[in-house]
Design a protein around this ligand. Structure first.
Ligand code: GDP
Ligand code: MG
Length: 296
């Protein structure tokens, strides 16, 4: 009777279920104005993910200096629907005095955990709790070629404790390949010296296979990205690209920049892991802390 489990059938059921319910994935982009956040978000939506419908919805305008706006697109592939939401944070770090400028962002992230917790604790729990939790925070570093700035250190130190952070070098086309390599090395060193942990963390690798895959990513972090809202003709093909004085930088070409690495990490190879880390590590930490306070 138990000789044949029928794993194929189980996988079919999981697939079928995913098709019916779809899934949600929420990414936040953070960095100073002009670093190309909005452009990169557009690039992400335009790049090779087929999509059926777009529903921009602007909400959650938090007073003070940082406004949070979210845009959702429903991406449909092979019958599975994915609602990809990007939360943009215009205004972060734009003031002369940036003291506590991460507060509205911390607050937003915690509010989403709180919402989820409230739903979980409800007597009449929904069968599926709407998930607005931030699964990944993409942090834009200016392409200075120097070191991390105090603002970057302060932000990532704090946020790294409550959300998965993926740092990127913005507008990498303004640096030469050598400059990029050196800058990346310095940043990795700076992260380590300051005890900042970014995604994917070594301690959450589950097995040797994970470790090999994630080590490759860790070697490349921070990804040097280029965004664009234009398509150009290259050898008779339309490609997303950016015209520079050296020629056209193809944003999806890994020989030109690491946009594709970022996209693949977010919405291909690590989407489920980012959701798992959010739920099992970050949300869990929040939940335990709140239940210990026990004044819900
Ligand atoms: P945001 O304020 O961070 O949202 O930045 P925007 O996306 O509005 O971009 C600011 C300016 O930088 C625009 O003129 C963009 O065309 C330009 N830009 C965006 N991404 C890149 C990039 O990867 N490289 C270069 N050189 N310019 C970029
Ligand atoms: Mg913007």
């Amino acid at each position: 009777l138990f000789g044949y489990v029928g794993i194929e059938a189980v996988l079919d059921q999981m697939r079928h279920k995913a098709m019916k319910t779809g899934f949600e994935f929420n990414v936040m982009v953070v960095g100073q104005s002009g670093l190309g956040k909005s452009t990169l978000v557009n690039t992400l939506f335009k790049s090779k993910v087929s999509r059926k419908s777009c529903t921009p919805n602007y909400e959650e305008t938090i007073p003070k200096t940082v406004n949070l706006q979210s845009i959702s697109h429903v991406i449909e592939e092979k019958g599975v629907k994915m609602k990809l939401t990007v939360i943009d944070t215009p205004g972060f770090g734009d003031q002369i005095n940036n003291e506590n400028c991460w507060e509205p962002i911390v607050k937003y992230i915690n509010e989403q955990y709180e919402k989820y917790l409230k739903e979980e604790l409800n007597i009449n729990r929904k069968r599926r709790i709407p998930d607005t939790r931030v699964h990944c925070c993409v942090y834009f570093l200016p392409p200075t070629g120097h070191w991390l700035r105090p603002l970057d250190v302060e932000f990532m130190k704090r946020l790294g404790k409550i959300v998965s952070i993926v740092p990127v070098i913005a507008k990498a086309d303004t640096l030469t390949l050598e400059e990029r390599l050196e800058f990346k090395q310095r940043i990795r060193q700076d992260l380590q010296v300051n005890g900042i942990t970014v995604y994917p963390q070594k301690e959450y690798d589950e097995d040797a296979e994970d470790r090999i895959l994630n080590d490759k990513i860790r070697e490349k972090i921070p990804f040097a990205v280029v965004g664009t809202d234009k398509e150009h003709q290259v050898n008779g093909n339309k490609v997303l690209g950016r015209k520079t004085k050296w020629g056209i930088i193809e944003v999806e070409n890994v020989a030109h920049c690491e946009f594709a690495n970022l996209r693949d990490l977010l919405i291909r190879s690590h989407l489920q892991d980012l959701k798992d880390v959010t739920h099992n590590i970050h949300y869990e930490t929040y939940r335990v802390r709140r239940l210990n306070e026990s004044n819900l």
